[in-house]
Design a protein. Structure first.
Length: 202
């Protein structure tokens, strides 16, 4: 059962990442074409201004879900590193509860405003704005479920120290430490090669 849930989760995140790529490409193409037409032909495409805004909304919410799942949201972790593991667990739990409440509230708010969103039409394309703001039907439940799963893992003791401290791969301190370590290894290798050459020469 656990493997099935992991597979479904991985496929879902993969789908969201594919949607994000499509949104990025669509925004790039439409905005680029519109800019080119305005500069070169003194004209433009009306929907090329509206659709990128809609795509950006989808990109933002899908990205929020993916970042939540991969624990890569921007965070301030200076204080977290200064406290012990029990306090880190407490902070982690509070964070997940807040995300759970926000995700549930987003879902509830979208459901309550469903009729209004559905009946409203976009200014240019005249499509239902449900196609735009309906992304919260995806993001809200997804954020809620991810936060709930993280809380369950926290209770079962399956949350790693890396997750508690929110240390990411692109953390500046880690990058600097890895670069220094790499430079040190290269210098040590060069010194070793120089010694071998000296030994051969003698």
């Amino acid at each position: 059962m656990g493997r099935l849930l992991d597979l479904i989760s991985a496929r879902f995140i993969g789908l969201l990442e594919a949607i994000m790529v499509l949104m990025m490409l669509g925004m790039l193409i439409l905005v680029g074409v519109n800019v080119f037409l305005r500069i070169g032909a003194n004209s433009g495409i009306d929907f090329a201004e509206e659709i990128p805004r809609f795509m950006f909304i989808w990109l933002t919410f899908c990205g929020a879900v993916v970042a939540m799942k991969q624990n890569t949201h921007i965070s301030v972790n200076m204080f977290v590193h200064m406290v012990g593991r029990p306090v880190q667990k407490l902070f982690y739990g509070i964070t997940q509860v807040l995300v759970l409440v926000c995700g549930a509230y987003i879902t509830y708010g979208t459901f309550m405003l469903h009729d209004i969103i559905y009946q409203n039409a976009s200014p240019v394309l005249q499509i239902s704005t449900l196609w735009v703001y309906g992304v919260t039907y995806v993001a809200g439940p997804a954020l809620t479920l991810i936060a709930l799963a993280n809380l369950i893992r926290l209770v079962l003791g399956r949350v790693t120290d890396r997750e508690l401290a929110e240390t990411h791969e692109d953390d500046p301190e880690e990058l600097a430490a890895r670069e220094l370590e790499k430079v040190g290894e290269e210098m040590a290798a060069e010194e070793e090669a120089a010694r071998e050459q000296d030994a051969r020469a003698h």
